[in-house]
Design a protein around this ligand. Structure first.
Ligand SMILES: [Mg+2]
Ligand SMILES: [Zn+2]
Length: 190
């Protein structure tokens, strides 16, 4: 049965697609410290079109976001899920992975040293279980040092955007693969 061989070859060559992993605040939405309700989530006017183009170029568009406001008791995980649903509806991103934890949190349930808070890579690993992702061709796009370090910890290419915290406010010395003004510039390298 040569057909079986062909199928195996296709599977080996991979139906895997690369991903653009995206931070949320400062990348897809305006950075405003803690956004504690869906009403405060201001999606950049260009975000939906950028996501469409990223997907047209053959990439998954997957959000990986630290939301320690849940651990700090500033908003509930349910409210965060409402924000995620709104973001998916408005931008058509493929998925949102979030970390609600913080080691110094006020809410016992979320107070922990977890494996998902960037610069750790737990959210990316969860995405890789849910999607067939070609990491070798993937990118991490963010506006803070932790985003870049997370991408580097995972071993993927990194892009720092100036549309959030700005490169003058980086919490650590990082050397991203690219520095761009905002998400629209990313499309030039995909
Ligand atoms: Mg951010
Ligand atoms: Zn976490």
């Amino acid at each position: 049965m040569t057909g079986g061989v062909k199928i195996n070859e296709i599977m080996a060559s991979g139906e895997r697609k690369p991903a653009v992993f995206l931070d949320r605040d400062g990348v897809l939405t305006e950075e405003k410290s803690y956004i504690d309700s869906v009403e405060k989530l201001c999606i950049f006017p260009y975000a939906a079109e950028c996501i469409r183009k990223i997907q047209e170029k053959g990439y998954y568009a997957i959000v990986v976001t630290n939301q320690s406001g849940v651990a700090r008791g500033l908003f509930s995980e349910d409210e965060l899920r409402r924000m995620n649903a709104y973001l998916i509806r408005e931008t058509k991103i493929d998925a949102v992975y979030y970390c609600p934890h913080h080691p110094a949190g006020a809410v016992e349930k979320y107070k922990m040293e977890c494996d998902c808070r960037k610069p750790k890579t737990g959210m990316f690993q969860a995405a890789c279980r849910d999607f067939a992702i070609n990491l070798a061709k993937s990118y991490m796009v963010g506006d803070r040092a932790g985003d870049i370090l997370a991408g580097q910890n995972l071993g993927i290419r990194t892009v720092l955007l100036e549309s959030g915290y700005g490169t003058g406010r980086l919490e650590a010395d990082v050397v991203p693969g690219h520095i761009f003004t905002d998400l629209r510039d990313l499309l030039e390298i995909l």
